[in-house]
Write a protein that binds this ligand. Structure first.
Ligand code: NOJ
Length: 508
């Protein structure tokens, strides 16, 4: 045989071996763990209106707090950009539907823009163009066999309502309820899962403690007014659905919470870590999901002491009346979890500087929050990798609120630009393994949502942060969307209904 023939055969053998060896991180662990998802477990991907739709002033859409914020304070956005055009999903919704079908998603989570559908803020009239846009999207999804999961509010308050105090005005409970009723009556015949409010912690604590998100007003007292009103507004929207729509449409409604897992830095910090969990998860969950309702007692106590120390005549955490406690308690059909990262919690040292929560520490508890030195950083400055955190979080939630049903409504990671996003594949693999572990231990998790369908406007990071399964070319007027390696991975995972599959290099 000619030497070249030997070489050719050798290279064929090497290639074949490489294909076998090059199975993903996924297959490598198959022998150690059962990597199949339970029958009926559902996979989706998410987006939100401001981050993707664009068309910020098209037709009769009115100005939202995010439109105002980016136009007035571009220096607070990493690349000075806006969501004015974003992914232009307002015009490219057909392509979005094509993408979710390509992936084989069971459901697609998107949000409705209040100012597009109800431009006046108050439910006096409905925008015909706004309604048509969401009708097209919902109908297109259903025709493709993909269930719509609709968030009513993903942070875009009508500016007009902000001028009246926004989430610090208790009347927002009715305003939000009226808006929710419009959404249910227009789309409830086809949409069976609604999320009232996305990450109330990030829309109350972050803006009012740091000013880095809309409406950009720093006022720590406002944080807790917003906190209480948001819980009441959610409850109002849930009750409206329950009484007026559930009997005919048989759908489900919940609220979606952003949860960083808090782990004690040392065994001595365990009690403090538990208080920090109540601070983060409890402040937005206890009133709804606990048997007794109201604020978590440790938070109430810490706030009373902290307010007194600062000279306030009463706690800055507004009290609930008995009627309000009953009104909010039990207003859920499942628990929706957004999870990205974790922190270690330790007691702050004497005189140590503490940064405002949630980007920094929890000064009210004298708690210092840090990543573990071994956790890998990601392209998002505040997120470090600790997949086990998701498992611990789910187990804690079940222990705290009982054997309820959980859906992960967001989980994902930012990676450097480019389509060969192996880090994202590793992230999904590792975090999903932890979901499987929780399921195995008896936590009833029935769905998982990848954040996000495509690269989009990542709030104060602008377009620098890339979290999508699809790349979007923001320099082209067509906003061309192209699959990344992670999209092919996710599609495979959904098809196999398991993490136990081989991914060959040439498939990525
Ligand atoms: C949660 C928010 O809901 C979403 O809008 C945001 O893009 C992701 N976190 C990533 O930061």
């Amino acid at each position: 045989m000619h030497m070249f023939e030997h070489l050719r055969i050798l290279s064929v053998i090497i290639m074949a071996l490489a294909r076998v060896v090059l199975f993903s991180l996924v297959g490598a662990v198959a022998c150690f763990q059962d990597l199949d998802f339970p029958p009926g477990f559902q996979f989706g991907a998410a987006s939100s209106s401001y981050q993707t739709e664009g068309a910020w002033n098209t037709s009769d859409k009115s100005e939202s707090i995010w439109d105002r914020f980016v136009h007035e304070k571009p220096h607070l956005i990493g690349d000075g950009s806006t969501g004015d055009i974003a992914c232009d999903s307002y015009h490219l919704w057909r392509r979005d539907i094509e993408m979710v079908s390509e992936l084989g998603l069971h459901f697609y989570r998107f949000s409705i823009s209040w100012t597009r559908l109800v431009p006046n803020g108050f439910a006096t009239h409905i925008s015909e163009d706004g309604r048509t846009y969401y009708d097209n999207l919902i109908n297109g999804l259903l025709e493709s066999g993909v269930e719509p999961m609709v968030t009513l509010y993903h942070w875009e308050l009508p500016q007009k309502l902000q001028d009246l105090g926004g989430w610090t005005n208790p009347l927002i409970v009715d305003w939000f309820g009226d808006y929710a009723r419009v959404v249910y009556s227009l789309f409830g015949d086809r949409v069976k899962t609604f999320l009232t409010i996305n990450e109330p912690l990030v829309m109350c604590d972050l803006p009012y403690n740091t000013g880095t998100l809309a409406p950009g007003i720093v006022d720590v007292v406002a944080t807790y007014m917003c906190n209480k009103n948001v819980l009441l507004a959610h409850a109002k929207a849930w009750r409206i659905y329950d009484e007026e729509f559930r009997p005919k449409y048989h759908g489900e409604v919940s609220i979606t919470n952003q949860l960083l897992w808090f782990e004690a830095a040392t065994p001595e910090d365990e009690e403090l870590a538990e208080h920090a969990r109540e601070w983060m998860a409890g402040r937005y969950s206890h009133a709804i999901f606990s048997a007794e309702g109201g604020w978590p007692p440790v938070v109430e106590k810490a706030m009373a002491e902290d307010s007194k120390k600062k000279g306030y005549p009463r706690s800055t955490l507004p009290a609930f009346t008995k009627e309000e406690i009953e009104f909010v308690r039990g207003t859920f059909d499942f628990y929706a979890v957004n999870h990205y990262s974790s922190r270690l919690v330790r007691k702050a040292k004497e005189g140590e500087e503490l940064h405002p929560y949630p980007l920094g520490d929890i000064p009210e508890l004298a708690a210092k929050l840090e990543p573990h030195p071994h956790w890998r950083p990601t392209a998002t400055a505040i997120f470090w990798l600790y997949p086990e955190g998701l498992h611990h979080q789910l187990v804690w939630l079940k222990k705290r609120y009982g054997d309820i049903r959980f859906v992960i409504t967001e989980n994902g990671v930012a990676t450097p630009a480019g389509r060969n996003d192996m880090d994202r594949i590793e992230y999904y693999t590792e975090y999903l393994k932890q979901v499987l572990l929780a399921i195995k231990e008896g936590v009833n998790v029935t769905g998982y949502t990848a954040w996000c369908l495509m690269d989009n406007f990542e709030w104060s990071d602008g377009y620098k942060t890339k979290m999508g399964l699809y790349e979007v070319d923001f320099s082209s007027p067509e906003r061309t969307r192209t699959q990344k390696a992670s999209a092919r991975f996710y599609k495979n995972l959904i098809q196999k209904h398991s993490l136990n599959f081989k991914v060959y290099a040439d498939e990525l």
